[in-house]
Design a protein around this ligand. Structure first.
Ligand code: NDP
Length: 337
């Protein structure tokens, strides 16, 4: 197996020296195990957290270990009656071309039901994150205004479109005019605001004339500062991610925002609640798969993917992901599909 391993814990943006490429021999298959060939590797912002020893909800990748990640793979050898050679499965084999895993740690995909890439995006962890966080914490009501940033990405695009299904007004924040065009023209958002524009604050105000009832927090940084000023009484803020700060090496400049923020939490009776998507699996995963498949089928939810060819290009693609270089769900095509 060709593997990309973590070579050092990066400070700031992970450079090429954060990784090392190696070829590893694969173990003999034991009972119940399968040999997998990676077709697609998902790149996701949480991977930056795994490249750090700072305390978090999951353990870091150890130096010398293969970088983690969800994959879509083909079974090429099987010693399990649960998986046959040729099956396509969802697995968690990371940044490598092949792996031996327990068959029960894989989920079989039905390529006839949906393109297999969707198991890493709209029908997978990012789509589920949007569904659980928005419906359980955001609870959008008809006529309310829902705002989400990183809005063209797999989480944000699902948040906005589910908000529309629930009868709310969806406002997306994204970097650049082209992403804003995609939000309105291709993903059906009611309005889009470019956070890189010098008139961002005024544009956000114009796009949210009735204030903001739900802010699905994906980014932090200057976007959050502007949004907090527009929150309504009883607004809900599911805190999903803070990608603006994942590569940060120092605290943001300027005055401490915490007192003003907590005063808003108090005086506006805000609900601010963080979550890690796993916590909603027992309660929401079954309904998610049903609802999302239905919404895709009836056109209520659309999705976009960006596919980069070649495992060797994963480090550069991952830098691009955190910089905002991609529009849709970012995947690496590791092997032929
Ligand atoms: P995306 O594919 O949307 O990629 C990240 C996007 O963040 C970029 O495309 C960019 O979009 C935006 N961004 C980067 N820097 C900034 C900045 N300084 N200000 C504003 N926007 C910025 O990611 P995902 O959809 O996969 O994930 C979205 C968020 O959800 C992330 O924070 C992620 O960590 C989080 N997440 C949380 C989970 C949980 O369980 N809590 C599970 C899954 C994801 P643009 O060019 O539009 O600015």
């Amino acid at each position: 197996s060709t593997q990309i391993r973590l070579a050092s814990y990066p400070v700031g943006e992970p450079g090429d020296d954060s990784y090392e490429t190696a070829v590893a021999d694969l173990p003999e298959l034991g009972d119940g195990q399968v040999l997998l060939r990676t077709i697609y590797l998902s790149l996701d912002p949480y991977m930056r957290g795994r490249m750090s020893t700072a305390k978090s909800y999951a353990a870091p990748v150890q130096l010398g270990d293969v970088m983690v990640g969800a994959t879509v793979c083909e079974v090429v050898e099987s010693r399990s009656d649960k998986r046959a050679v040729g099956d396509v499965v969802l697995a968690y084999t990371g940044w490598q071309t092949h792996a031996v895993v327990e068959a029960r740690e894989t989920r079989r995909l039905d390529p006839a039901a949906a393109p297999v890439t969707t198991a890493l995006g709209v029908l997978g962890m990012p789509g589920f994150t949007a569904y659980g966080g928005l419906l359980e914490i955001g609870r959008p009501q008809p006529g309310e205004t829902v705002v989400v940033a990183a809005a063209t990405g797999p989480v944000g695009s699902a948040v906005g479109q589910i908000a529309k299904v629930k009868g709310a007004r969806a406002v997306g924040i994204a970097g650049g005019a082209e992403k804003c065009r995609v939000l309105v023209e291709e993903l059906g958002f009611d309005a889009a605001v470019d956070h890189r524009s010098p008139t961002f604050d005024e544009d956000l105000k114009a796009a949210t004339p009735d204030g903001i009832d739900v802010y699905f927090e994906n980014v932090g940084g200057h976007v959050t500062e502007a949004v907090v000023r527009r929150l309504n009484r009883f607004a809900r803020v599911p805190v999903c991610g803070l990608v603006a700060w994942y590569n940060a090496t120092s605290a943001p400049e300027g005055p401490d925002q915490l007192p003003a923020f907590l005063r808003k939490v108090l005086t506006l009776s805000l609900t601010v609640r963080g979550f890690i998507q796993d916590e909603f699996v027992p309660t929401h995963h079954r309904s998610f798969l049903e609802d999302m498949a239905g919404w895709i089928a009836d056109g209520s939810v659309r999705y976009q993917e960006d596919i980069v060819d070649g495992l060797e290009n994963a480090p550069e693609a991952f830098r691009g992901l955190l910089r905002g270089s991609y529009t849709g769900k970012l995947l690496v095509r590791v092997g032929e599909d």
